[in-house]
Design a protein around this ligand. Structure first.
Ligand SMILES: *Cc1c(COP(=O)(O)O)cnc(C)c1O
Length: 219
């Protein structure tokens, strides 16, 4: 096996282990976060069978993905980073899934862009689950209003997303996000990264966003 295939197999095995423990039949969707890595680093993972990829910057994704998408049909592209409203149209054009809808102004911009593009990506509402000043995501208290606004604007909201605080046990934050998704009857839970995807899978994550465990450390 190539390095990429070995890393992919190891992450999938970790997810399977967690699913077995949690007695769940459905493995979370693995999104390979390829930010900072170029096409030559991405191709081996595609060759190993990975189809869902994620980027955190629209411009970087525009530079490397159109060519890769032409090479391989069936790639699903996810945007996981903070999105400026003035990039909404470009994001709608390139991405199939947007994980970072976190404020009314962005909802408005995305709604306008998806009408213009006649395309309706799946969206996750990003929650600032640790209530951190420097982080993106909406406050838990604002979540019901954000969801109502996104729905009435016509966004296809499928779930909630979070990035828990760094360097503390993430499980309580994952459990809290899962609880809110349940209350709001949202089926999707985008949570879990390289250091905690098994914990996230145990707590009901439906999508994990894994970068360095698949690509190696970023500079
Ligand atoms: C970079 C990033 C990831 C992947 O992080 P790793 O720790 O490398 O797995 C996941 N989600 C978001 C929002 C990111 O920006």
């Amino acid at each position: 096996m190539t390095d990429a295939a070995e890393r992919l197999a190891s992450v999938l095995a970790g997810l399977d282990r967690a699913c077995h423990l949690a007695n769940r039949a459905d493995r979370p969707q693995l999104v390979a976060i390829s930010k900072t890595f170029d096409a030559d680093a991405i191709r081996p993972l595609i060759a190993a069978g990975q189809r869902h990829f994620g980027e955190n910057r629209v411009q970087e994704a525009q530079a490397k993905w159109p060519a890769l998408l032409t090479e391989t049909p069936g790639i699903v592209l996810h945007l996981v980073g903070q999105l400026q409203s003035n990039k909404a149209a470009e994001a709608i054009t390139l991405f199939d899934v947007i994980h970072s809808v976190d404020r009314p102004s962005l909802v408005t911009a995305l709604a306008k862009a998806q009408t213009a593009a006649n395309k309706r990506p799946a969206c996750y509402l990003q929650v600032n689950i640790g209530n951190e000043a420097q982080k993106g995501g909406c406050a838990l208290a604002d979540l019901p209003d954000l969801l109502a606004g996104a729905r009435s604007a016509g966004l296809n909201v499928v779930g909630l997303m979070c990035v828990p605080p760094a360097a503390v046990e993430p499980a309580p934050f994952f459990a809290l996000l899962a609880e809110h998704a349940r209350r709001l009857a949202l089926p999707g839970l985008s949570m879990g990264m390289s250091s905690d995807y098994e914990t996230a899978a145990l707590l009901g994550s439906t999508v994990v966003r894994v970068g360095s465990a698949l690509f190696g450390m970023r500079d």
